[in-house]
Design a protein around this ligand. Structure first.
Ligand code: IPE
Ligand code: IPE
Ligand code: MG
Length: 236
């Protein structure tokens, strides 16, 4: 495969539909979705993707039934316990990004400990976005900028980028959304300015290695113009 994106962002959607299609409770879809994430990390690490950023829980997802929210919290905690060793063996760096202070003290501690444990790794960087909202992230960035006393007339785009949770990382090249939905749902609003968007019918629990490779192949065929004309791009 020729063109591998440096940074892939994924809106992991369709867990509930996957379960409903099988007459199972929604939480079974989430459980199976965790296995898809494990496979996505493995695939991306193998083929040389540098950053994988996944949407695991949005600021809006607190509006779901209490039982589902609480299952997801348990699933995050169990998945950290089960997967950190293997992520470490595979040289993966891990970030939980979002407003972590809304989680229970135990879960926050676990998230922080796992990030510290993997901080020195040099392979794939996995960003798991939790209690994440693109608008909340921008508000947090503006707060930091104001607190630093940056003057309005000197404000640059870099000031915003450098104060996002993803500071120092390149923007996503490819944004994948599973389960057919044609919307952004408050994900990475600033960072996806020039991402190539790929929407697939495949539900997240069924999104395995081949599905990821299909997305990357589709990306490879896109012409990224960044405002230029096709003629200009063909000349170089
Ligand atoms: C995505 O799957 C997982 C989370 C948002 C946590 P959904 O649970 O949104 O699945 P659908 O959209 O109901 O099928
Ligand atoms: C987006 O999926 C959030 C995550 C994947 C974590 P949703 O299923 O919550 O999005 P909407 O509400 O259908 O837009
Ligand atoms: Mg959904």
């Amino acid at each position: 495969m020729k063109k591998i994106p440096d940074h892939i962002a994924v809106i992991m959607d369709g867990n509930g539909r996957w379960a409903r299609q099988r007459g199972m409770p929604r939480i079974e879809g989430h459980r199976r979705g965790a296995a898809s994430l494990k496979e996505a990390v493995k695939t991306c690490a193998e083929i040389g993707v540098k950053y994988l950023t996944v949407y695991a829980f949005s600021t809006e997802n607190w509006n779901r039934p209490d039982a589902e929210v609480s299952f997801l919290m348990t699933l995050f905690s169990q998945t950290i316990d089960r997967e950190v060793e293997e992520l470490n063996k595979n040289n993966v760096r891990l970030n939980f990004l979002g407003q972590l202070d809304r989680f229970s003290p135990d879960l926050q501690k676990k998230m922080k400990a796992s990030m510290e444990k993997l901080a020195k790794n040099t392979g794939l960087t996995l960003n798991v976005m939790v209690n994440y909202g693109g608008r909340a992230e921008l508000v947090d960035a503006v707060k930091k900028i104001v607190a630093r006393g940056v003057e309005a007339k000197g404000l640059r785009e870099e000031d915003i980028s450098e104060n996002l949770y993803t500071a120092g990382m390149p923007d996503p090249d490819l944004l994948v959304r599973t389960a057919s939905e044609m919307r952004v749902s408050n994900f990475l609003l600033w960072q996806i300015a020039y991402a190539e968007i790929y929407v697939t019918d495949v539900l997240w629990p069924d999104f395995r290695r081949e599905a990821m490779l299909d997305a990357i192949e589709a990306y490879g065929k896109r012409e990224r113009k960044f405002g230029k004309t096709s003629e200009q791009l063909n000349d170089t």
